[in-house]
Design a protein around this ligand. Structure first.
Ligand code: HEM
Length: 440
């Protein structure tokens, strides 16, 4: 097929680009851009693969999702972790039905209810930190984010039902995600993940049944799900409800912990920007009204999303053969978008490698810069938890930066190698000293 997009160099005889993709996907895609441009191919054993870069191609990628490009068949490991006919693995009608159940819980005033939990968990985190010391960002932010998600989605009593095992169990479940190896391969990590999934399902099922027998008022996230029906009044099967809770806890924990860690690194490496954020957080408790005023922190978080998108590649599969830029993309081809590379194209972002939150300032240019960000995806499947994640990152960072002085002990960390979520590689430690008495 000579109209297939040209390949990047470096394919090995049998493995093609697979080994390099597993080790350093971002470097490989950057080289593809340098050598070929914004549309090129990778050689993967037994599969065709192409990479799309830049704003125009990103628009195509999201606009054609569920049309020429399928998200349903793109992440096969997801079916094993959850189930067929669940969320974006389901037919469009069923996906929309399930999405409508939860969308309101992540919008508008509903989000305000999570702020109290986020503040309480951050205060508890600070109690554990004490007045001074050192910590590795991802090792500490990981459990903090997990606790926040568990309490927001499972309620205050999740700890008594799950105890510390919940976190270990959840990590085992999550470690079964592997975007590269074939879904059916019985790797030890996959077997452990399946067992953890089954145990988590049993506990979550018990919690849902308990809420039906003993409802809480006002209803929280779990209560709302326990009593949920579809629009036509049909009850929602328990397996769908359980999977939704697993999905939200899973989809948000490594990603959010990674993003907060990068934001911390970026702010501590840019004292002038940090000073502006501190000025916004100087007074009073970090409640919803305060969060709404944190516009510079918001810009900084967007800049960290641009420079270090933790979901560094997104995947679709060609649902039919189509033409793009004069090339032919056959049905079945894996199609990648790569925020990690697109976000730093010099022709689309000025000073692409510099931390410049002012690029999002009011006005047309600032708006265009924001629209070019795809760290949370785009179109219909844009991250359902984006507002939750931004809220959480603001509450945690604003509180910590208000109350502590930090120093970055491992400057300029590299992203963790490999195909998974790209957080800063350890060690990435900070030293901290409390500067004000706690305000809770
Ligand atoms: C910094 C944190 C996060 C990042 C970077 C992130 C990133 C993403 C991205 C890139 C997608 C689109 C995937 C694709 O198009 O292939 C996505 C989808 C999704 N995310 Fe997030 N996410 C984050 C936090 C969260 C949180 C906190 C939740 C839930 C509470 C969540 C739930 C979801 C769900 C349910 C989808 C699927 C949406 C759909 O297909 O309709 N995410 N996320």
């Amino acid at each position: 097929m000579d109209r297939f997009p040209p390949p990047v160099s470096g394919a090995l005889p049998l493995a093609g680009h697979l080994v390099e993709f597993i080790r350093e996907p971002v470097e490989l895609i950057r080289r593809g851009h340098r050598e070929v441009g914004k549309l090129f191919s990778l050689r993967m054993p037994g599969r065709r693969a192409v990479v799309l870069l830049g704003n125009e191609h990103n628009r195509f990628f999201f606009a054609e999702t569920d049309k020429k490009l399928s998200i349903r068949t793109a992440y096969p490991f997801f079916v094993r972790m959850f189930s067929p006919e669940f969320f974006f693995f389901a037919e469009m009608d069923e996906y929309q039905r399930q999405r409508k159940l939860v969308l309101p819980r992540f919008q508008g005033a509903q989000l305000d209810g999570y702020v109290t939990t986020m503040r309480e968990e951050t205060a508890e985190f600070q109690r554990r930190l004490g007045d001074s010391g050192e910590f590795d960002l991802i090792s500490e932010f990981g459990p903090l984010v997990m606790r926040i998600a568990a309490r927001c989605f499972l309620g205050p009593d999740f700890g008594t039902r799950m105890d510390r095992d919940f976190f270990a169990e959840f990590r085992r479940f999550s470690a079964g995600m592997n975007p590269v190896v074939p879904a059916g391969l019985p790797l030890p990590s996959v077997i452990r993940s399946n067992r953890a999934r089954d145990r988590l399902r049993a506990v979550l099922g018990g919690m849902i049944r308990a809420r039906r027998e003993h409802p809480v008022d006002p209803p929280d996230f779990l209560q709302a799900l326990a009593g949920a029906t579809y629009e036509d009044g049909t009850p929602v099967p328990d397996l769908i409800l359980i999977n939704l809770i697993l999905l939200f806890t899973w989809a948000g924990h490594e990603t959010t912990a990674g993003h907060i860690s990068w934001a911390m690194v970026d702010l501590l490496s840019n004292p002038a920007e940090l000073a502006r954020v501190r000025a916004e957080t100087a007074e009073g408790p970090i409640d919803m009204a305060a969060v709404r005023r944190l516009s510079h922190l918001d810009d900084c978080l967007h800049e960290s999303e641009r420079l270090h998108p933790v979901a560094h590649v997104l995947l679709r599969q060609a649902a039919e053969t189509f033409e793009l830029d004069g090339h032919v993309i056959p049905e079945g081809t894996m199609v990648f978008a790569a925020p990690s590379v697109s976000h730093r194209l010099p022709e689309e972002h000025s000073h692409p490698d510099e931390f410049r939150p002012s690029r999002y300032a009011e006005g047309r240019e600032g708006k265009l810069e924001r629209q070019a960000l795809i760290g949370f995806g785009g179109g219909l499947h844009r991250c359902l938890g984006v507002h939750f994640a931004y809220l959480e990152m603001k509450v945690v960072l604003a509180t910590l930066l208000r109350d502590y002085d930090f120093e970055l002990l491992d400057p300029d960390p590299r992203p963790v190698p490999g195909p998974h979520t790209k957080w800063p590689d350890s060690p990435c430690r900070v030293r901290y000293t409390r500067k004000v008495p706690a305000v809770v």
